[in-house]
Design a protein around this ligand. Structure first.
Ligand SMILES: C[S@@+](CC[C@H](N)C(=O)[O-])C[C@H]1O[C@@H](n2cnc3c(N)ncnc32)[C@H](O)[C@@H]1O
Length: 207
């Protein structure tokens, strides 16, 4: 009964939401697309980047934005869920945490890349602290992987949920990158604990 009321409210909110309507008008698959658009407006990194990895890409809003901004780029998108094709984007279905998938990503580019974006989020449980830890661990994994794949001026962007894991992510990011910023796009719902970390320039280039 409670769940039903909750889902009805969710559907109503979605219907009236500005970014949901705008995503339909502009042909984006998700309202999340506007988050990457805003992050790019603030930090201006997509159009100067050629090799881009999009982690947790389905249904494809961020990949659509990357593809629009970067017509001659090489973009690889990864998700556990299926994603319909997007022009100029190669899709790899699998769990990013799986070392074989990480090897596939490295082999696909076969060189250091410019950008890793991650909007990965674990399935929500209703327990905000647990959700924040699970999604935070995905961010930490993506951060660790970025060290291996990014070029020295590379950019790493990731979703995080504010919570106990925040300080650890900040500490790890500072070890890896010279510049770190936190940003909450307007299109990220106010009531959500979601924010994004933007990191640039590796401290040390790994082999
Ligand atoms: C918020 S959605 C991403 C929305 C996407 N950025 C867009 O604009 O359409 C989060 C995605 O992360 C994916 N995900 C969660 N854990 C993952 C993992 N370990 N490996 C790959 N994808 C994962 C989920 O399947 C889900 O599609």
């Amino acid at each position: 009964m409670k769940k039903n009321k909750f889902s009805k409210n969710w559907v109503k909110r979605q219907k009236n939401d500005f970014y949901t309507k705008e995503s339909k008008t502009q042909g984006y698959r998700s309202r999340s697309a506007f988050k990457l658009i805003e992050i790019d407006q603030k930090f201006n990194f997509l159009s100067n980047s050629k090799f881009i990895l999009d982690l947790g890409s389905a249904p494809g809003g961020w990949s659509q934005v990357a593809s629009k901004k970067n017509k001659n780029g090489k973009i690889l998108s990864v998700d556990i869920k299926e994603m319909l094709p997007i022009v100029n984007v190669k899709f790899l279905r699998g769990d990013f945490i799986n070392p074989n998938i990480q090897d596939d990503i490295i082999n696909y580019f076969n060189k250091k890349i410019d950008v890793v974006v991650s909007d990965m989020a674990s399935n929500t449980t209703g327990n905000k602290e647990l959700d924040s830890i699970r999604t935070g661990n995905l961010c930490l994994n993506a951060l660790e992987f970025s060290k291996r794949v990014l070029n020295i001026k590379g950019v790493f962007v990731s979703k995080i949920f504010m919570g106990s894991v925040f300080k650890e992510i900040q500490k790890e990011a500072k070890k890896v990158f010279k510049n770190i910023f936190f940003f909450k796009p307007k299109s990220s719902r106010k009531e959500s604990k979601e924010i994004y970390i933007f990191c640039k320039s590796l401290r040390i280039l790994n082999d």
